[in-house]
Design a protein around this ligand. Sequence first.
Ligand code: K1U
Ligand code: ZN
Length: 167
Amino acid sequence: MAILKILHYPDKRLHTVAQPVSSVTPEIKKLVQDMAETMYAAPGIGLAATQVDVHQQVIVLDLSTTQDQLQVFINPKITASSGQSECEEGCLSVPGVYETVRRAERVTVQALNLAGEPFTLEAEGMLATCVQHEIDHLKGRVFVEYLSALKQTRLQAKIKKQLRRIM
Ligand code: K1U
Ligand code: ZN
């Protein structure tokens, strides 16, 4: 297994739209293993392939405190959503930034598992938030793009300042 490099906002590659996986090959299984290791090491509770510069529709999640309940979604699609909820979100591609985002409260997700079999998940609460956040990554969208123009401008300034400091 390997720990992969996570792209940091505002890297343009985070805006790439991921392609569907045509077959769950040994390469895709290796990618899932590496993504899981990368997510656990970060640490995080989710990771989309886009964040490690692989533009295929693959997501891993683990919301447990014991890091032993890995959920894998290949070609995930939200087929139904209802309600609204606000939750504070973080992102491994935007370190140190936590902001409240409004999303659907409940979602139905269809995807393939690691065996290439279709499954349906009914999610609510943190799981629903996380799966929507990760599917956004596959569409090339980063959570900070939901923030007000003022907050986005302040964030860009903060990132520029941090970059100047390390360069
Ligand atoms: O997509 C990502 O960058 C992962 C992100 C997932 C996420 C968190 C919160 C709301 C929506 C989506 C993270 O994992 S950020 C880190 C984090 O939340 C966390 C880290 C360690 C323990 C518990 C949470
Ligand atoms: Zn993220």
